[in-house]
Design a binder for this molecule. Structure first.
Ligand code: HMG
Ligand code: MG
Length: 302
């Protein structure tokens, strides 16, 4: 299969990136990050989550962040909503798009959202119905698509079955989450073949955490399989609070560098993105997780 001409990046840094940080991060710093990202040309930013603050305290200020960001035309600002309460809280902030999240493994589903896979899917039905009535688009996630921190191996057919359910209930796109980053180019291709038998490939997105350093290889493998939407996190921030040791998503800067090299359009200004990532790393007092950012920043200091 030939490579796509254009790819859409879903920037998950403000949500997937920051949700795992233990230290308090001010609303102002979160707002600045989202605004920096839209200014860098990201057309889709996952801003926060409307989940239980007891489960993920860092996302508690998401409504304030939504209220204060400068929403740019043509940019989608989205939030996670695990149930109807989360959807209603999201709706009150004026969001136009939410994401529901399921898992391909039972143990992870219990740890992450406190219910079985089938209970979670039932819980999403009223969310999808309410969203349809309100004209809100819903994206679906499936976690642990290439391995589970509790159950180990995950059958691609199980991922395909959960993806099919999400798509059938009205999710316009299903993002396949390699939550613990254990996938590789071969297992990624097998996964896309399995899921691709259940839904059109243009409805599938890739969400690769980089714990084993395989995320870029998995993205390239996915591109070859006809996937053209990828989730990424500026400066490689993040991880999942319910997947110990899992590192952040693939760094957005590294994906943009790969896409630029392949001549694939993303609409993103790499230098502006590097500056946005470095700024939030300085706020957090942590090293930048993007190899490309580190290389470019060291050149500019030389
Ligand atoms: P639960 O305790 O089973 O919920 O949690 P419940 O319905 O029994 O309610 C218990 C309490 O939570 C009640 O409050 C509810 O009002 C409250 P109380 O009466 O005790 O004061 N509550 C809420 N509060 C705020 N917002 C809500 C909400 N719902 C109930 N939406 C629940 C179930 C799903 C809420 C909980 O497990 C939860 O919030 N989990 C979120 C976990 C999470 O955010 N994980 C990280 C995101 S997923 C991820 O990172 C993976 C991804 O990146 C893809 C990948 O990498 O694989 C997407
Ligand atoms: Mg994730």
């Amino acid at each position: 299969m030939s490579l796509p001409k254009q790819v859409r990046l879903v920037e998950v840094g403000p949500r997937d990136g920051l949700q795992n940080e233990k230290q308090p991060i001010s609303v102002a710093d979160k707002v600045r990050l989202v605004d920096d990202l839209s200014a860098a040309g990201l057309s889709y930013v996952e801003v926060g989550s409307f989940v239980s603050p007891k489960w993920v305290p860092q996302m508690a200020g998401s409504a304030e962040v939504f209220a204060q960001i400068k929403q740019q035309p043509g940019v989608t600002y989205a939030a996670l909503a695990p149930n109807l309460k989360g959807f209603e809280d999201a709706l009150a902030t004026g969001v136009k798009e939410v994401a529901v999240f399921a898992a391909a493994s039972e143990a992870f589903s219990q740890k992450n959202i406190n219910c079985s896979i089938s209970e979670s899917l039932q819980r999403f039905v009223p969310v999808l119905e309410a969203a349809k009535q309100q004209g809100i688009r819903v994206r679906g996630y499936v976690s642990c698509v290439l391995g589970c921190p509790y159950d180990g191996e995950v059958d691609p057919l199980q991922v395909a079955a959960v993806s099919r359910e999400l798509y059938a209930m009205g999710c316009y796109e299903v993002s396949l989450g390699d939550t613990i980053g254990t996938g590789n180019a071969a297992s990624t291709r097998r996964l896309i073949e399995a899921v691709g038998r259940e839904l059109p490939r243009e409805k599938i997105a890739g969400h690769f955490h980089d714990t084993y350093g395989q995320a870029l290889a998995n993205i390239y493998a996915s591109l070859l399989e006809g996937i053209n939407v990828f989730d990424s996190s500026v400066a490689g921030l993040g991880g999942c609070p319910y997947a110990k040791g899992a590192s952040g998503n693939v760094a957005s800067e590294d994906v943009v560098y790969l896409l630029n090299g392949l001549g694939i359009h993303s609409g993103i200004d790499l230098n502006a993105l590097v500056a946005a990532g470095q700024r939030i790393c300085e706020v957090l007092g942590k090293a930048n997780g993007s190899r490309v950012a580190k290389a470019l920043l060291s050149q500019s200091m030389a």
